[in-house]
Design a protein around this ligand. Structure first.
Ligand code: GDP
Length: 444
């Protein structure tokens, strides 16, 4: 996420690293690069201008000029300015009303509304223990109603079914009544979107707003549409009293401009980031953490939260113990480690949040990202417990048997064994010298 922006910004700020003193000249040069980085990331022009001027004024301030490490000071200024632009704190969903708290989702077709409705329902149910109901009022696309019904089933929340022959308002009013009667905490209303903004759509969603009286009206928008995201947001903001934004598909968005400009342009907070197609791909939006991630400072807090939620503590502790000792790490542990990693969004998801990952050689990063977890796990599953414990015993005929059992080939089994040996080496190094040494070990 946001790789391009991140790389360019860090590159721009790196030019200040060797400077002993900050001068108008070297700050000016660095800021020119920062400006290009922001514009290339599709940050709105007005937002870019404000950002650059704020950073310039602060960087030229007396205290910064006098600091011992001026380039670090500028990085901090850029960080803080990014945070302010995106909104200083994490804006949580406001559900403080007489239940059911209605959350209305609006946005263009394909923006990810239905997917986000399912993700949000799951998040509220699992993390906040809310009783959640979903309703779709997209009478034009019965397939969209079915999609939401399937999602409701998957994430274990109630679904209120409407018929394509009814009007959206009738379905919505009935859903609110039902939610009240069934003592739901939250009712999420998924509305119909068009491919483009049009008056009929706006009127319909306005009418739905009047009927359901939502406490949260969230605009759902695809981050990959960049500046268009900001234009559409403006149109929706004029038509509806929006309370916030869900920015979707950030997993595929290397530029990140929408995340930076949305708040500045429409004045409404981004509340969530969509980070994948699966129902667990929704993160509360923390401007502070995102700014750190963009500047290569990592987002260890989110990583820790994810780990706490998704990783089995006991097995993690067992692994940690083995790391510390630097021995006893076998193929079963390797499998467990891969499965845990997958639960946390795969290697790519984890790497994204570690500090300094951009400094890692490209080859090492590619190697880390090219894991096909399921195939590797299938290979390990085809081994006997004895073989998993003593991988050295896996030779010719055993390799052929394992390859056949897992539907792979001997070269793949060989590759896995090699990767395991490498991991084992890394574990040993980690036991001795911590993360830094482990990263150094990966270059070879
Ligand atoms: P709607 O028309 O606004 O309801 O959009 P959908 O929820 O049907 O989503 C459109 C497409 O985008 C689907 O293929 C989704 O799987 C995909 N999608 C939605 N959110 C995300 C996301 O955060 N990341 C990725 N990669 N895909 C997403």
């Amino acid at each position: 996420m946001f790789e391009t922006l991140s790389n360019r910004l860090q590159g721009a700020l790196r030019t200040l690293r060797g400077e002993a003193r900050l001068t108008e000249k070297n700050i000016g040069e660095a800021l020119r690069e920062v400006r290009i980085a922001l514009l290339e990331a599709d940050v709105a022009l007005s937002t870019t201008k404000t950002l650059i001027e704020t950073i310039r004024t602060r960087a030229l301030g007396q205290e910064v000029m006098a600091t011992l490490n001026p380039s670090q000071a500028v990085v901090k200024i850029v960080h803080d300015t990014l945070v302010e632009t995106m909104g200083a704190a994490c804006d949580r969903l406001n559900l403080a009303t007489r239940p059911p708290a209605v959350v209305l989702l609006a946005g263009l077709q394909g923006s990810g509304k239905t997917t986000s409705a399912g993700k949000l329902a799951r998040l509220l149910r699992e993390r906040e223990r809310k009783k959640v109901a979903l309703v779709s009022v997209d009478v034009y696309r019965p397939a969209a109603m079915d999609q939401l019904e399937r999602l409701a089933d998957e994430v274990g929340v109630v679904f209120y079914k409407g018929s394509p022959t009814e009007s959206p308002e009738v379905i919505a009013r009935r859903a609110v009544d039902l939610a009240r009667r069934e003592a739901m905490d939250v009712l999420i209303v998924d509305t119909a979107g068009r491919l483009h903004i049009d008056e009929t759509m706006m009127n319909e969603v306005r009418a739905l707003h009047a009927v359901t009286a939502p406490i949260e009206t969230l605009f759902v928008v695809d981050s990959m549409t960049g500046q268009d995201a900001v234009h559409t947001a403006k149109a929706f903001d004029e038509a509806l009293p929006l309370t916030g934004v869900i920015l979707t598909k950030t997993d595929g968005d290397a530029r990140g401009g929408a995340a930076l400009s949305l708040r500045a342009v429409i004045g409404k907070p981004i509340k969530f980031l969509g980070t994948g197609e699966k129902t667990d791909g929704l993160e509360p939006f923390h401007p502070e953490r995102l700014a750190s991630r963009i500047l290569g400072m990592g987002d260890v807090l989110t990583l820790i939260e994810e780990a706490e939620r998704k990783v089995d503590r006991q097995s993690a502790e067992r692994l940690a113990e083995k790391f510390k000792k630097g021995k006893g790490f076998d193929l079963e542990d390797f499998r467990e480690q891969m499965l845990q990693m997958e639960r946390m969004g795969g290697m790519a998801g984890v790497l994204d949040k570690l500090p300094g990952m951009n400094d890692l050689p490209a080859a090492a990063r590619a190697q880390l990202q090219n894991h096909d977890t399921r195939r590797l796990v299938a290979i390990i599953n085809s081994m006997t417990p004895q073989e998993r414990r003593f991988p050295d015993t896996i030779r010719g005929s055993r390799k052929r048997r394992i390859a056949q059992g897992s539907g792979t080939g001997v070269p793949e089994v060989n590759r896995l064994l090699k990767q395991f040996a490498q991991a084992q080496r890394m574990m040993k190094q980690m036991g001795k010298g911590g993360l830094k040494r482990m990263l150094a070990g990966m270059k070879g």
